[in-house]
Design a protein around this ligand. Structure first.
Ligand SMILES: NC(=O)C1=CN([C@@H]2O[C@H](COP(=O)(O)OP(=O)(O)OC[C@H]3O[C@@H](n4cnc5c(N)ncnc54)[C@H](O)[C@@H]3O)[C@@H](O)[C@H]2O)C=CC1
Ligand SMILES: [Mg+2]
Length: 283
């Protein structure tokens, strides 16, 4: 039986019309060049009839269980996590762009799901990604870590911010660091990038920055951050070593911890701990 027939059989079993297969989006392909598609069954939608019943049925039929995307991402290997993150971001973009913002008419997905078109005026809508810079600031011996109130308890990360229209990445880094902690960037060095599906599709561009020695006094913007502080290499290295989920649930005091391995912030922090003197470029 072909995969399509198997899917149609399963969808029929769950009371779904096989027509919804047309809503699938292409998210990649295997090394054997088999196409991988993602499909939103709408089980979380409030309009879905008997959503909870369907969920249980699907779990039984597929011998699996639904878990929150945030949790799943951190339990998968990098390749699967990346596929899941692409699928979620693309499906959510399609869901949010059902109508043309000029004509108000329904838009139509192309077969692969790489775009939507308004049939009344041919305006093409492409999936959007918002650039975000995430910067690990160092004064040479310490690094700056920050906390937003939305972070899991005890977690500190590198400083992040969305690029404003018209800005270069360098300008965003300088503005965000000045706005959030009142520091002036001396030197800047690109590290890596990562697609991040939260809260919407973002491209995280990770950098290392240094401030001039002696210009390290923090003016924390409490509208944006809950806390910000300098941490020594030893402190960060110790936490990196024990930054495992099983070590995160201790009774009593909330332990200081860092973002999980999958997050690019983790890679930035690890890089700084392991290679403290990377040669920076002038910003
Ligand atoms: N993968 C990783 O390692 C990490 C990822 N992040 C992500 O970076 C993102 C940006 O960091 P923040 O400090 O929150 O940014 P931020 O410092 O720019 O502040 C967020 C605020 O910016 C405004 N904003 C401007 N443009 C926006 C846009 N296109 N989309 C949404 N909000 C926009 C909103 O008012 C929002 O509340 C977060 O969404 C977070 O998920 C943050 C830290 C680590
Ligand atoms: Mg920020």
């Amino acid at each position: 039986m072909s995969i399509r027939h198997e899917l149609e059989r399963l969808l029929g079993k769950f009371g779904q019309d096989s027509q919804i297969l047309e809503d699938s989006v292409l998210i990649g392909c295997s090394e054997q060049q088999e196409a991988w598609f993602a499909l939103d069954l709408g089980l979380n939608s409030s309009s879905s009839i008997n959503a909870s019943l369907q969920k249980a049925e699907v779990e039984t039929a597929l011998q699996g269980s639904f878990i929150k995307l945030t949790k799943a991402l951190f339990e998968l290997n990098v390749k699967d996590a990346s596929l899941l993150s692409t699928a979620q971001a693309l499906l959510r973009w399609h869901d949010a762009h059902q109508f043309c913002s000029r004509s108000g008419q329904p838009t139509k997905k192309n077969v692969s799901g790489s775009k939507r078109v308004c049939p009344s005026n041919n305006i093409i809508y492409y999936p959007q990604v918002a650039p975000v810079v995430i910067t690990l600031v160092s004064d040479g011996t310490r690094c700056l870590l920050v906390r937003q109130s939305s972070f899991p308890k005890g977690m500190y990360s590198a400083l992040a911010g969305f690029c404003d229209i018209g800005e270069s990445l360098e300008e965003t880094v300088r503005r965000e660091i000045a706005e959030e902690v009142g520091l002036e960037v001396d030197r800047l060095h690109y590290s890596a990038s990562q697609h991040w599906p939260f809260p919407h599709s973002t491209l995280m561009i990770a950098c290392h920055a240094t401030v001039k020695p002696g210009q390290t006094e923090l003016q924390v913007n409490l509208r944006e951050l809950e806390a910000a502080a300098w941490f020594s290499r030893d402190e960060v290295a110790t936490v990196l070593r024990r930054n495992h989920p099983s070590n995160q649930q201790q009774s009593g005091a909330v332990p200081f911890r860092l973002p999980p391995k999958l997050a690019i912030a983790h890679q930035l922090i690890k890089e700084w701990v392991e290679k403290p003197t990377c040669s920076p470029l002038p910003a």
